[in-house]
Design a protein around this ligand. Structure first.
Ligand code: HC0
Ligand code: SF4
Length: 574
């Protein structure tokens, strides 16, 4: 341990701890802009400067490790003045249209400018006008607002391994742009939205589609159906001063009804349905022989990645559509039939923690169940939070309500989809049943849990050994794929039979459309919320969901039937 002093307060921290993090330990907040705990510090902005006794110059707290006996001073008039100048310089090249900015109210630059009481900018104002890039269906790039902190570039390149973003030009002319200066749609971008989740200002944000939804609800011409994804329920509360991880399922249903939706369903229901389809597909491949490993297909950023960079894995992909798409398909066929509504008179909205889901609603074009999109609009958690605020709904004090029947009941397995390892855990619970015709005594698969980038295990299903791998955060995936490729090239047995992939760190709870401010601490709390939801569920295995049993009896026949294939499965583009 390193013993040192911060503002005269003794501090004891492990070797390698930065001054910034050591200060946090003793309750001292050092302002930061370019630094984010997910990323390596690269000391670009200079706002975190501190004084260290004996050092002739100020040091950057984010990138300097605290040393034994170090005496750090984090705040004095001189330090504050340097920080103010850094802010003034940034603001001299930043547009002033805060009121129209998507980040107004939770912009890190705006907060710092307010904290430092900046009233005038003593530098020449030089804002270069750059048109926003609206080429993708998911996110908008507004380089004019960029403060060149570099977080998005580091996230895209190092965390996600995608290299869609970079800085172009030099010196004053430096600007944020998609790689090779094409537009974002033409770049390798997989629409995960992690850049938007890490951007401290309004330079990258989700494509806002709330107006389309408001208009449709207001017109009252169509039956408006909504579904809520697993991970939304443990994060939306953060937009209303609730703790990360606080379960808000009942309040969410209530808020959606108050917004004017005619039917409120749950993506957790169709996550259970996915397990029966994808689980049956896996058991077939595993027992009857088929392309292994099977790869999960529910994360649209991962699917996009595969179609761009790993088409050799197309035969390995589960053909099951994602739960979002499955719910849309079931709403426009099964529910439509029961409610006596034509698919064309139905408008399906989904609330997702994810920006790539906006892209997914259009990707199954050739495989739609009814001739219309399965899902019409996907909104992110952030967009829904804004709608709730616009409607003046006091979210925290809403009573708990239930989802509507037919597509609203879920098991603990369905809710697990929101975390890394959750799809695998849910699949194993039902695969065990499908293989042995018996239920597990203990449904918890602890091997699937935790934030480790790649988790591996061998699961013993009454003597049958199933080797699994779980990867999250896109940059961790290539190594897994390469091991499979290597085994194939050497004619060896596949290292794993079943692989779950989620593009975002922590799985969907860490999705690119979730409320801003996710760190591992927040991700862990959201994850605990998901596990708590699973534990309190009466049924914890998808095959015990009574609405799922009914949908097969009444409508689909059996898992992977011809009808199920028509409605719930898709194909991939080479
Ligand atoms: Fe997910 Fe999903 S679990 S991708 O992370 O499979 O977005 O929450 O909705 O569709 O269910 C996201 C979350 C979903 C889907 C589900 C899957
Ligand atoms: Fe990179 Fe994801 Fe942002 Fe696209 S959405 S630029 S892949 S971080």
């Amino acid at each position: 341990m390193i013993e040192a002093e911060i503002n005269g307060i003794p501090v004891s921290v492990p070797e390698g701890t930065t001054i910034l993090n050591a200060a946090k330990e003793v309750g001292v907040q050092i302002p930061k802009l370019c630094y984010h705990s997910d990323l390596d510090a690269w000391a670009a902005c200079g706002i975190c400067v501190v004084k260290v006794e004996g050092s002739p110059k100020m040091l950057r707290a984010c990138a300097t490790a605290i040393a034994p006996g170090m005496k750090v001073l984090t705040h004095d008039p001189e330090v504050v003045e340097v920080r103010r100048t850094v802010l003034e310089l940034i603001l001299s090249t930043h547009p002033n249209d805060c009121l129209q900015c998507g980040r107004s109210g939770n912009c890190e630059l705006q907060t710092l400018a307010a904290d430092f009481g900046i009233r005038e900018i003593p530098f020449e104002k030089r804002v270069e006008h750059i048109e926003p890039d609206t080429s993708t269906t998911s996110i908008v790039l507004n380089p004019e607002k960029c403060i060149k902190c570099g977080r998005c570039v580091l996230v895209c390149q190092e965390m996600q391994g995608v290299y869609a973003l970079e800085f172009i030009g030099r010196g004053d002319g430096t600007r944020l742009a998609p790689a090779a200066d094409v537009n974002l749609e033409e770049s390798p971008c997989i629409k995960c939205g992690q850049c938007s989740a890490h951007c401290p200002v309004g330079a990258i944000y989700e494509k806002d589609e709330t107006k389309i939804v408001w208009d449709e609800i207001k017109k009252h011409e169509k039956h408006c159906v909504v579904q809520v994804a697993p991970a939304v329920r443990v994060a939306i509360g953060e937009a209303f001063d609730m703790e990360p991880g606080e379960l808000a399922t009942g309040q969410l249903y209530a808020a959606l009804r108050r917004l004017g939706f005619d039917a409120v369903f749950d993506t957790n229901f169709s996550a259970d349905l996915t397990i029966l389809e994808e689980g049956t597909e896996f058991v077939k491949r595993f027992t009857e022989g088929g392309e292994l490993p099977q790869l999960t297909s529910c994360c649209p950023a991962w699917t996009d990645y595969m179609e761009k960079f790993a088409t050799d894995f197309i035969p390995n992909f589960s053909s099951a559509k994602s739960p979002q798409q499955m719910l849309g398909a079931m709403a426009k066929t099964y529910y439509a039939e029961k409610a006596d509504i034509e698919a064309r008179d139905m408008f399906v909205v989904s609330i997702m923690p994810c920006t790539a889901k906006k892209f997914e609603v259009g990707r199954d074009d050739n495989m739609n169940s009814t001739g219309f999109q399965d899902v019409d609009v996907a909104l992110t958690t952030r967009e829904l939070a804004r709608m709730i605020k616009q409607a003046g709904i006091d979210f925290k004090s809403l009573p708990d309500e239930e989802a509507d029947s037919l597509l609203g009941t879920y098991t603990g397995a369905g809710t697990l989809f929101g975390v890394t390892g959750g799809v695998m855990e849910a699949a194993l619970r039902s695969a065990y049943y499908l293989i042995t015709k018996e239920d597990l005594a203990d449904v918890n698969f602890m091997e699937c849990r935790g934030l480790e980038g790649v988790k591996e295990a061998e699961i013993d299903i009454k003597g049958t050994k199933v080797r699994i791998a779980i990867a999250h955060q896109m940059g961790n995936i290539e190594a897994v794929l390469n091991r499979v490729r290597e085994a194939k090239a050497n004619n060896e047995e596949t290292p794993w039979h079943f692989i779950e992939v989620m593009a975002c760190r922590g799985g969907c709870i860490g999705g690119g459309g979730q409320p801003h401010g996710a760190t591992d601490e927040v991700r862990l709390k959201r994850t605990q919320g998901i596990y708590a939801d699973d534990e309190k569920s009466v049924q914890r295995c998808s095959h015990h969901n009574p609405e799922i049993t009914r949908i097969y009896e009444d409508f689909l026949g059996e898992p992977c039937s011809h009808k199920a294939h028509e409605l719930l499965h898709t194909d991939y583009i080479e």
